[in-house]
Design a protein around this ligand. Structure first.
Ligand code: PGA
Length: 221
């Protein structure tokens, strides 16, 4: 347990997380680094494809991702929910409608993440399953850039709800059929790899933090 490891003085921790997790992981690192000031942390933020590449090359101790790799021998643990929702500008005409169909959404110009993004893949499989094609007006390689484009009136998009921060007043989350797309963040590491004490300590810390976050959300809602 964390208490057993009070002597944990030095070491390094290498993390790689998908882009949506960057809205939560850096914040959770604060208290951990305060607890263990001698530990150096490197945190890489990349898309789904980038995580797979890093994992294949065995570059990091722990990974956070939504869609588990099919061809790698891994161990995984659910961490938190990562729902995908439909973002529109705040005064968008659809913002007052309910139960909006995919057909109706498809009439709006769409902003899409880059190939290699897990978010993109999740939207595409939903659209394919339902035989719907959207008009992709713009393709952007960052959740933040997409939010700016939405706020600028260029179109609608599907993003993780976690990307909403204090800027939530700039957006409407549309009440659409099939949404939210339910996803989960997992903490992942290669099966054959023995976790360092530092990595194990951080792993336990993350699970504790997740429990606390879930409890706080239940209390708030
Ligand atoms: P992405 O990750 O940055 O690859 O879209 C998000 C996800 O897979 O949940």
């Amino acid at each position: 347990t964390v208490a057993d490891l009070k002597g944990l003085k030095q070491g390094s921790l290498r993390l790689a997380v998908i882009t949506t997790a960057k809205y939560i992981i850096p914040r959770l690192l604060g208290p951990f680094c305060e607890l263990y000031p001698g530990i150096d942390v490197s945190l890489q933020v990349t898309n789904h494809e980038g995580i797979l590449e890093r994992m294949t090359a065995n570059l990091d101790d722990l990974y956070i991702m939504s869609q588990l790799p099919e061809h790698l021998d891994i161990q995984f643990q659910p961490f938190l929910e990562n729902p995908l929702v439909v973002f529109a500008p705040v005064n968008h005409p659809l913002s007052t409608e309910t139960n909006i169909s995919l057909e109706r959404l498809a009439q709006e110009p769409f902003i899409m993440r880059e190939p290699g993004s897990g978010t993109r893949r999740a939207i595409q499989s939903l659209l394919e399953e339902n035989g719907i094609k959207v008009k992709v007006k713009l393709e952007l390689g960052s959740n933040e850039a997409i939010k700016q484009a939405i706020a600028g009136g260029l179109g609608i998009s599907v993003l993780s709800r976690h990307t909403l921060l204090s800027d939530a007043h700039q957006f409407s989350i549309l009440d659409a059929q099939h949404f939210p797309i339910k996803r989960t963040w997992y903490i992942v590491h290669p099966s054959g790899k023995q976790l360092s004490i530092v990595a194990r300590t951080y792993y336990e810390y993350l699970l504790e933090a997740a429990k606390r976050i879930v409890e706080e959300e239940i209390i708030q809602s």
